[in-house]
Ligand binder design. Structure first.
Ligand code: BGC
Length: 716
């Protein structure tokens, strides 16, 4: 940081001047950061970030819940690009997204802002979102870093997570996006991680984010996340939002003056903010085509729709000759809170449905079940729109059930007309069991943005053949969910007790039945899988799977590859998503899907070594249409990393004997001692867990000096 700026000016650079702007200092102008993530929410006036004050109209793209269900990185990239164009046109330097927290519990109030319950899926999609946005000269803000998987007590709660789980599940998507897309900013979360506020967490913000992952951008606080400016800057936080924060600025100056804060820490934070402002100056705005963006919103929304069930091929609906009773209110299309967009327009579902059929469409809003039942009875097909409550930031849900009156309505409509389609609208999972047993067709439409109406009509009539896949498991009961016993925590702590077994990993590990598994989603055609083949090289594995469209309609299949390592030395979920790709397959054709798995993605976090490691062995790679619809498998031999942990006096007899060099050294040393210990399997079982240093207590082991020599020899 050039010395022409005073300490006070540097402090001012590291906090906002108001709710959405950095502070202009000297020749450094201010820039705007604003929400995000599924549209640009540039507020017209004032300092409200809860969506209460009006914002400029912008395209409301499908929220992350729907983007996640597309499983389509190229499509998500186009959304990022369009958002970048809109942000640029509104002179916004940083759009506050994407939200990439892992969906730990289906009750999470902000799940609609997040992508998936799997870190690979989140990371691959969010990487493209960030690349798309930043290709337009607008910065992303990867949020909320980290482990912000619930709204309950979100400003204080400590997410207590063991390090392997943290690394493999809750940090992994952040790591991927930081490395591959180089976001301009990362937003630290409100919560604590293992007791330490994210904003003051030096391990997280500096050691891991910058030291290990090479992040070179700005760490911005979530709005109001900073309690102690000095502690935050010391930990590696650069920009505190919102502002102004004159007291915090003064505290920084005082801390530099009295030596409690290294001046270099403030210099660095101020320099990073300055670099961010300079980055933003480079981009030029281009006019935005609102029609084209609406069309993109519709295309993406249709791709995010998941066809859960379609007995007897009730869907798609014919475009003539089949009258329809459309029952229910207009679908919600976004959730509440800071992400709420003022859309440029909103599709009318009834009009969109009517536009695609020449047959009569009767619409009743569902509030009067008698009229709904009569309409259903009079029509060839009934379509019921069912919706959960209004998911919002700041509040977790307390149930996965649809409201009772909607369940009753579904029951009565199906009784009146068995040819009933239920269209679900919800920001996070709702239970489908047991009511779906009586309903032939169920469509999960999530929250789809402003083009929800058009997109739904496209899928209902088959203009778009559905290809959305679940990015989160739909359980049979809330109680089955791996997070159930440890959510939302108490006494300021939430223990991630299920550890590595979050989401489908936990359901699979306990072989639990689910309503619809992770990765599930039907099409209006059928796909057959040929035998998978695989090639390995130093950088990873390429799996190839021939996919045949066995039906009469063109379609898109999401080919998913899950890995497991039978006999692994570490605990693992039965299978983990390691790669996926979307293939377009014309009717009757066969296309070979190619799924690349990077070697790094096969790594687990080794807690003994404190680093990532690839375990060697024969990996089973299963490819299929969902995590529980695996159609073909191939085994690949992978050479492992060196994961030898140095032997010590504290290593057990068993560990010494399991290590070839250790066994040799120890056997030699004990050769003259009492017979039997090392060669007698029973004795070894009995004494195997004894640290070598303790063996002496049983009159059997080497003394301290001999032990030291053994350790040296074993590790030489
Ligand atoms: C939210 C962030 C958002 C920020 C600014 C916070 O309450 O957690 O996601 O970007 O407000 O509106």
């Amino acid at each position: 940081m050039p010395d022409e700026l005073s300490t006070a000016e540097k402090a001012a650079l590291t906090s906002g001047s108001e709710f959405w702007r950095t502070t202009a200092v000297g020749d450094v102008p201010d820039v705007m950061l604003t929400d995000g993530p599924h549209g640009v929410r540039k507020q017209l006036t004032g300092a409200d970030h809860l969506g209460l004050l009006a914002s400029e109209p912008s395209t409301c793209f499908p929220p992350a819940v729907a983007l996640g269900s597309t499983w389509d990185p190229a499509l998500v990239r186009r959304v990022g690009e369009a958002l970048g164009d809109e942000a640029r046109a509104m002179d916004v330097a940083v759009l506050l997204g994407p939200g990439i927290n892992l969906k730990r519990t289906p009750l999470g109030g902000r799940n609609f802002e997040y992508y998936a319950e799997d870190p690979l899926l989140i990371g691959v999609l969010a990487t493209e979102w960030v690349r798309g946005l930043q290709s337009r000269g607008v910065g992303a803000s990867l949020k909320h870093f980290a482990v912000n998987s619930q709204e309950t007590d979100r400003m204080r709660v400590s997410a207590d997570v063991d390090e392997r789980t943290l690394r493999e599940l809750y940090l992994r998507a952040f790591q991927r996006v930081v490395r591959e897309a180089r976001p301009w900013t990362v937003m630290c979360a409100y919560n604590r991680i293992n007791g330490v506020h994210a904003a003051e967490n030096r391990w997280l913000l500096t050691d891991v984010l910058r030291g290990e992952w090479g992040f070179d951008g700005v760490v911005v606080s979530d709005w109001g996340a900073v309690v102690d400016r000095v502690a935050a800057v010391r930990a590696g936080l650069d920009l505190t939002m919102p502002g102004p924060d004159p007291a915090g600025d003064r505290a920084l100056v005082a801390a530099v003056r009295d030596g409690t804060l290294d001046p270099a820490a403030l210099d660095t934070a101020a320099a990073r903010v300055r670099a961010l402002v300079a980055r933003a100056a480079d981009a030029a705005a281009a006019p935005v085509d609102a029609d084209a963006h609406h069309a993109l919103a519709r295309e993406v929304a249709a791709r995010g729709i998941v066809l859960l069930k379609n007995d007897g091929g009730l869907l798609p609906l014919p475009e003539s000759g089949t009258s329809i009773a459309l029952i229910g209110r207009a679908p919600r299309f976004q959730g509440g809170g800071s992400s709420q967009i003022n859309p440029t327009r909103v599709d009318d579902l009834v009009a969109e449905v009517a536009a695609l059929t020449s047959a009569p469409v009767a619409h009743v809003d569902g509030a009067d079940p008698e009229r709904a039942v009569a309409a259903a009875r009079a029509a060839d097909v009934a379509v019921v729109l069912a919706s959960s409550g209004n998911e919002t930031e700041g509040l977790d849900r307390d149930s996965l059930e649809l409201p009772a009156e909607q369940l009753a309505l579904i029951g009565r409509v199906v009784a009146a007309n068995p040819r009933t389609v239920v269209v679900l609208t919800n920001g996070a999972v709702v239970l489908t069991s047991p009511w779906d047993a009586a309903v032939p067709a169920v469509v999960e439409s999530w929250l789809l943005g402003q083009a929800a109406g058009g997109a739904l009509a496209d899928v209902l009539f088959g203009r778009v053949n559905p290809s959305g896949r679940l990015a989160e498991t739909i359980p049979l009961r809330l109680e089955d969910h791996p997070s159930y016993l440890d959510f939302p925590g108490e006494g300021g702590h939430v223990r991630y007790g299920e550890g590595l077994f979050a989401g489908y990993r936990g359901f699979d590990a306990r072989r639990q039945a689910v309503a619809y598994p992770f990765g599930h989603g039907l099409s209006y055609t059928r796909f057959g899988y040929g035998p998978a083949t695989a090639d390995t090289d130093g950088s990873g594995v390429v799996v190839r799977v021939p996919v045949t469209n066995e039906g009469a309609r063109d379609g898109r299949e999401v080919v998913q590859v899950y890995a497991s390592l039978p006999g692994s030395a570490v605990r693992r979920a039965p299978r983990e998503l390691k790669g996926f790709t979307v293939v377009e397959v014309p009717a009757g054709a066969t296309v070979t899907a190619e799924v690349r798995i990077a070697r790094d993605d096969l790594a687990y976090w080794d807690v003994r070594l404190g680093r990532w490691a690839v375990e060697g062995g024969a990996y089973l790679l299963e490819a299929g249409a969902s995590s529980r619809d695996l159609r073909t498998a191939v085994t690949v031999e992978v050479t492992g990393d060196d994961t030898r942990v140095p032997l010590s006096a504290d290593s057990t007899l068993g560990e010494w004997m399991a290590d070839p060099r250790g066994a040799r050294v120890l056997t030699g040393a004990l050769a003259g001692g009492p017979p039997g210990i090392l060669s007698d399997p029973e004795a070894l079982t009995f004494l195997g867990s004894l640290p070598l240093s303790r063996l002496a207590a049983f009159g059997q082991g080497p003394d301290a000096a001999a032990l030291a020599r053994l350790v040296e020899a074993a590790n030489a």
